[in-house]
Design a binder for this molecule. Structure first.
Ligand SMILES: Cc1cc2nc3c(=O)[nH]c(=O)nc-3n(C[C@H](O)[C@H](O)[C@H](O)COP(=O)(O)O)c2cc1C
Length: 212
């Protein structure tokens, strides 16, 4: 109980953006989760933290327990990190390298190497997204921020990581602790103060049949 209370205090201190008014009723760590872009590049994840984050993904539900995911760990100073950084889009190259680590996700989409091989699972993308969400929320509950991103050269990175033809490289999840906005360029610092908005429930919830 006490640990939970301390964690909540830490989370309260660290959120600069969340909760938005409509997120106020959510449980932690969903309430204070948001995609931070200013990271402290001196912070490092411990091996135990990396493993705990991966375990959150491991225990995500999946269709028929198929677990159709593959994760690549990219922490600064490793070849995987260099491979990732070399392929980042311009917008992402200003903030992703400062995170303490990035988890790249890939989905097992084809059951064989041939282009016409049947799908491995109709729900592979759904399941990998869910595993990514679990990792992201676990990070928040550990007092870390996580920011998912897809802006990198998928083809080049898949090649340099040796991703098999049966799999599709999907996203990165950058994880770290909040840094000093003074350490980054103005544009990157401003990203953490963007308005966070959501479509209203009425737009995408139906309590009966679909009506436009
Ligand atoms: C599949 C996916 C791809 C994304 N790609 C990028 C990206 O390339 N760069 C970036 O800065 N943010 C990226 N994001 C983060 C979203 O922009 C962000 O989650 C969204 O604006 C909502 O903000 P919030 O996470 O703070 O609530 C991506 C998120 C997802 C789920």
């Amino acid at each position: 109980m006490i640990r939970g209370a301390i964690l909540r205090d830490v989370i309260e201190e660290q959120h600069e953006q969340a909760p938005q008014p409509s997120a106020a009723g959510l449980a932690e760590p969903m309430r204070s989760r948001w995609s931070a872009s200013v990271y402290d590049d001196r912070h490092r994840l411990t091996d135990t933290e990396v493993e705990t984050l991966l375990r959150a993904a491991q225990w995500a539900p999946s269709a028929g327990n198929s677990q159709p995911w593959l994760f690549f760990v990219c922490v600064p100073g490793t070849a995987n990190h260099d491979r990732l950084v070399a392929t980042l889009s311009r917008g992402n190259s200003s903030w992703v390298p400062r995170a303490s680590g990035v988890f790249l996700t890939a989905a097992h989409v084809h059951s064989g190497e041939d282009a016409d091989a049947p799908a491995y699972s109709d729900y592979a993308l759904y399941d990998v997204g869910q595993a990514a969400a679990h990792l992201t929320l676990q990070a928040r509950s550990m007092g870390l921020h996580a920011h998912q991103f897809a802006g990198f050269d998928h083809h080049v990175l898949a090649e340099s990581l040796g991703v098999p033809a049966t799999h599709r490289l999907l996203t990165g999840i950058a994880v770290g602790v909040a840094g000093d906005p003074g350490d980054v360029d103005e544009r990157t610092a401003a990203r953490d103060h963007r308005d966070r908005e959501r479509r209203p429930l009425e737009e995408w919830v139906r309590h009966g049949r679909y009506e436009a």
